[in-house]
Design a protein around this ligand. Structure first.
Ligand code: CMC
Length: 392
């Protein structure tokens, strides 16, 4: 049955042509529209990177102002959507709520269904990028029983998100610029990563011409898994479970044991066979944030030591397993005050920009077709139906 290439996990299939993101996994290089991720993380802002990913070039001052102004005009959500939240249990995982609420937006914006109209595509893009911080913060507020906080368009994209997350009506709230910058950088680091599982999901879902909000909801669903975006939550849980530097060898041994399903979360990558360039920036940012907040987190020491031991261990060296973007992010996020259940939500918030850039690119691609893989059938051959009283 050699009619099709058998390629589980698509390890050797290029599903599309793209001009957005370049990765050299052997060298540990990540470029967005040609610009290296470490330069973007150091000098750019998340809104500027969003513009770059969507439009292909860094914006001029005027373009940047126009872009951020348009994003802020779309930050509010329909009041009906607040009722939608109330249908969920308070203890629902925020990623479950995010899948539902993003999907539900498709019912609010039927005009976005016209994806062949570039103007409608642009409006849908602005809506999603602007509203995802609002719906993410609402998911959090709902679980802790606090009132939803309306967006404040005088703040930056990230400052506004921090305020919607952590402020309460009874008290004044001032955005800490160091935290704002650190979180903005985390968003930059997560903005896009070419044809990863969730981005491929968005492309596949939209290849049928589906509503964009529904397609992004599909991306959120895929991102949730622990092998993908869920790894940031799993990595911090693992570091807490290890707890002390003395227990690291036990966990390293488990990770190496073929009969133990345990893996070091935040380690390894399908494409990077070298240090993930995002993990380097993340580690530096973790130092900065902990120093700024005056936090001495023993888990940070566990992470450092785990990294040091793993990078010298034959198993990890041979398999080229290095820390990935999710290894240090949880330490920063929990220092800022995010509960672990929100980590993957923050990843989804940032990756929405990449998903939309890829979606928009795909819809303009003349080679675009419905995504429809084939299979190697290994089931029963032809046989005739038997009536129930003849079966044994
Ligand atoms: N700990 C221990 N062993 C590992 C790990 C790990 N974290 N990752 C891979 N291996 C081993 C694996 O057991 C396999 O060994 P063998 O060849 O003897 O069977 C080999 O390395 C190759 O692994 P694979 O699962 O075939 O590789 P993959 O490309 O299919 O998987 C991965 C990539 C990211 C799913 C995997 O490395 C993993 O599960 N890592 C932990 C979860 C994680 O941190 N995910 C975040 C990825 S980066 C950001 C994102 O996408 O969200």
């Amino acid at each position: 049955t050699g009619m099709f290439t058998y390629d589980p996990g698509f390890t050797s299939t290029a599903s599309c042509k793209s001009k957005i993101t370049f990765i050299d996994g052997d060298e540990g290089i990540l470029l967005h529209r040609g610009y290296p991720i470490d330069q973007l993380a150091e000098h750019s802002t998340f809104m500027e990177v969003a513009y770059l990913l969507l439009r292909g070039e860094l914006p001029t001052k005027e373009q940047y102002e126009q872009f951020t102004y348009t994003v802020t005009r779309h930050t509010m959500v329909h009041e009906q959507l607040a009722m939608f939240y109330r249908g969920f249990r308070r203890d629902a995982h925020p990623m479950a709520v995010m899948c539902g609420v993003m999907g539900a937006l498709s019912a609010f914006y039927h005009d976005s269904t016209d994806i062949n109209d570039p103007h409608q595509r642009m409006v849908a893009s602005f809506r999603m990028i602007a509203k995802i911080p609002t719906i993410a913060a609402m998911a959090y507020k709902y679980t802790i029983g606090q009132p939803f906080v309306y967006p404040d368009n005088s703040l930056s994209y990230t400052g506004n998100f921090l305020r919607m997350m952590f402020s309460v009506p009874a008290e004044p709230y001032v955005v800490d610029p160091v935290i704002e910058r650190a979180l903005d950088r985390i968003f930059i680091l997560h903005a896009d990563h070419e044809q990863n599982a969730s981005t491929s999901t968005v492309r596949l879902a939209s290849s049928s011409g589906a509503n964009p909000f529904a397609c992004i909801a599909a991306g959120i669903a895929c991102l949730w898994g622990p092998a993908h975006g869920g790894a940031n939550e799993a990595a911090l849980k693992m570091l807490h479970e290890i707890g002390t530097v003395e227990r690291i060898p036990e966990y390293i041994a488990r990770a190496k044991d073929k009969n133990d399903p345990f893996r070091l979360m935040g380690f390894g990558h399908r494409v990077y066979k070298n240090y993930d360039p995002r993990a380097k920036v993340m580690q530096k940012t973790a130092h900065e944030v902990l120093a700024h907040l005056g936090i001495k987190d023993p888990i940070f020491d566990v992470a450092h030591e785990l990294e040091r031991i793993a990078l010298h261990d034959d198993y990890f060296v041979e398999k080229k397993l290095y820390p990935n973007v999710d290894f240090y992010s949880g330490i920063i996020l929990s220092a800022i005050g995010f509960p672990t259940s929100m980590f993957t939500v923050l990843f989804a918030l940032a990756r929405t920009v990449g998903w939309i850039a890829q979606w928009d690119e795909m819809l303009q691609d003349p080679d675009q077709k419905i995504g429809r893989p084939r299979q190697l059938y290994i089931g029963a051959p032809y046989r005739d139906y038997t009536s129930i009283d003849q079966r044994r």
